[in-house]
Design a protein around this ligand. Sequence first.
Ligand SMILES: [Zn+2]
Ligand SMILES: [Zn+2]
Length: 215
Amino acid sequence: MYRGSPGWELLPERGMDGREDVRHVERALDSKALKVPVAGLMKKVFTRERFGADLDVGLGEQGLFERGHRGGLRLDLWLESSPDGIRVKGTLRGTMALECTRCLEEYRQEIDIRVDEFYRRPGIGAFTPEGRPLPREMEVPEEDEYLIEEETIDLNVLVNDAVILNLPIKHLCSPGCRGLCPHCGSNLNLGDCGCRVEDIDPRLEVLRKLLEEGD
Ligand SMILES: [Zn+2]
Ligand SMILES: [Zn+2]
């Protein structure tokens, strides 16, 4: 089916219970389930805790966004505290929703990512050029780390970064996707639309017009 513009607002779909889901409007991933309080871990250095979450995500222009609540992507992590912060190690596996760039249909993309990231304690290793500790609000995480903020680690950014870096460059529902008919917009994977393919050489087209005018 042709949807007009390949916008990111997904059309309603049927859940496993047969009911129609509400429309999911694009927004950057901001799942409450991925904001993990770590006050306990920070107090007890060299301890670890397990953390897991089931996510259902799609891809929009702002990055990943939460779609519904049926899951599909499983985040499985160990959080290990050290004097400097918290190491986050584990896996992100399952499927997410992508839109095929040829036929615009939604399909499930397999994801299998190893996660190994560091959330730094604010105030550690951050100094002004004069050597004074940097005020918290001025702290910016280095490229290879995240910051613990208000005794919470926000895994939204981590999940977003990890998935986007690991997605294939081409988003295709299958390698042989036939795409949409340029004339009527039919999905050619579902069968031929019957449109006549007119592949006229533009030079011949000029000649044909001249002949028509001459009639
Ligand atoms: Zn396709
Ligand atoms: Zn057609």
